[in-house]
Write a protein that binds this ligand. Sequence first.
Ligand SMILES: [Zn+2]
Ligand SMILES: [Zn+2]
Ligand SMILES: [Zn+2]
Length: 253
Amino acid sequence: MKLTFLGTGTSTGVPVIACDCPVCTSRDQRNHRTRASLLVGNNGNNILIDTSPDLRQQALRAGLRRLDAVLFTHFHADHVGGLDELRAFNIAQRASIPCFGDELSIHNIKIRYPYIFNGRLYFGAKPELTMHQASEVIYIFGMEIIPVPVYHGWLPILGYRIGRMAYVTDCSAIPPESLRTLRDLDVLVLGALRHEPHYSHFTVAEALEVVAMLRPQRVYLTHMAHELDHEETSGILPQGVELAYDGLEIDLG
Ligand SMILES: [Zn+2]
Ligand SMILES: [Zn+2]
Ligand SMILES: [Zn+2]
């Protein structure tokens, strides 16, 4: 299994438009964060988690040529805004792409993109998507994908566990049952927005509390705001915990 961090930024991306702060003007490429998204490659199959508004640039940068399925964590614009870019994969693959999300996400995606689902446009003019509710374990391409319910402020959203890897972003609380699902991980990708508290995202310190509880082998923090400088923040992290950055690839064997 191979992970590619397509995007590691919060909803605004970093640099933030019209911001002159040290991180936004930094020359360290690791401080340039497009909107959060992860690519999971396994035995020739590519699974995308979330369609960031930056999906087109992310796919070109990663040399992505094929997409077999999409998992949605939730329906916020920074996780769904690149939905129309899936069209390019439909055209290349001549097939519909299966998409998975919770009921609320599927409902909201259908409301926000009526032209995709009303059946009036011809093939190639809109993405061809097959929506599936991720209410239970998903079995695709010989993989077991476990939806992991977490809270994003008041909003229930999903993380996903795939084998011994899990992706949990935009999270401010993890219910006990989901904590159990996240035991014995080789890699945990966890959202950590900044140091200042936020009502719907873990701070770095809160993310580290989760890490201390779950003790995964390795942790990559993602969905970061412009308050976090890569170099500076890396210096305060415990062993086994790193900040992810755009383009980072992890080979899990
Ligand atoms: Zn987000
Ligand atoms: Zn800034
Ligand atoms: Zn969100």
